[in-house]
Design a protein around this ligand. Structure first.
Ligand SMILES: Cc1cc2nc3c(=O)[nH]c(=O)nc-3n(C[C@H](O)[C@H](O)[C@H](O)COP(=O)(O)O)c2cc1C
Length: 193
């Protein structure tokens, strides 16, 4: 069976979202070694409000699955990541991401800081691209894994520990374990497609 490539495209200002992206990648690699493409959206790539790195955008065309990740800022994806979403309209016109698997994760400073809105933005983006959305399939009500403490099904919601200061973010350990599981889940779904 050929290895399905999984792109993880994310923005991170202070490192928390990056930590989650890397943990998802670790989970994927346990199922499918060397199959992850980590694509970091940088603030410097946003020029006059527009995302301006075609190579990074096009690198996702070759993936079988794309996972979107951003901190939640004021109840929606960070502007830097939104500029990437807007720039993906070129891939939309070419139907370049059509029928790929899609999933999403977000980080927040609060346990419930409207992170679901960010995931819904990713879901809408994926639907516009004709992608197939994969949510998070675990919860304390249906299994005894003890993961997904934030109880999100659309995708992964990870929050910072209360001890976090604004310059050095740390994601709650249960959320990181959930991220690892989420990576394994996406890898197993990619294997099936
Ligand atoms: C401008 C701004 C707006 C924010 N808005 C929210 C919010 O609406 N909900 C929330 O839970 N956290 C919010 N946060 C906290 C960030 O989402 C959180 O610190 C995140 O983990 C940062 O990710 P990073 O370390 O990858 O940059 C906000 C932070 C900033 C700087």
């Amino acid at each position: 069976m050929s290895i399905g490539k999984v792109g993880i495209v994310f923005f991170s200002k202070n490192g928390a979202t990056k930590q989650v992206a890397e943990t998802i990648a670790e989970g994927i690699n346990t199922q499918q070694p060397n199959s992850v493409l980590l694509v970091e959206v940088l603030s410097s790539e946003v020029v006059e409000g527009r995302y301006d790195n075609d190579d990074k955008l096009k690198s996702l065309d070759n993936c079988d699955a794309i996972i979107f990740g951003s901190p939640t800022y004021m109840g929606s994806p960070a502007a830097q990541f939104k500029s990437f979403m807007d720039a993906s309209s070129d891939s939309y016109c070419k139907k370049a991401w059509r029928n790929k698997l899609a999933a999403g994760f977000t980080t927040g400073g609060s346990l419930n800081g409207e992170q679901q809105q960010t995931l819904l933005s990713f879901f809408t983006l994926a639907c516009q691209h004709g992608m197939i959305w994969a949510g998070l399939d675990i919860s304390k009500h249906i299994d005894d894994l003890g993961l997904n403490r934030t109880g999100s099904s659309i995708g992964l919601v990870a929050s910072e520990d209360e001890t976090t200061d604004s310059t050095n973010s740390h994601i709650n350990s249960n959320d990181l374990q959930t991220a690892f599981y989420f990576g394994q889940r996406i890898a197993s779904l990619v294997k099936r497609t």
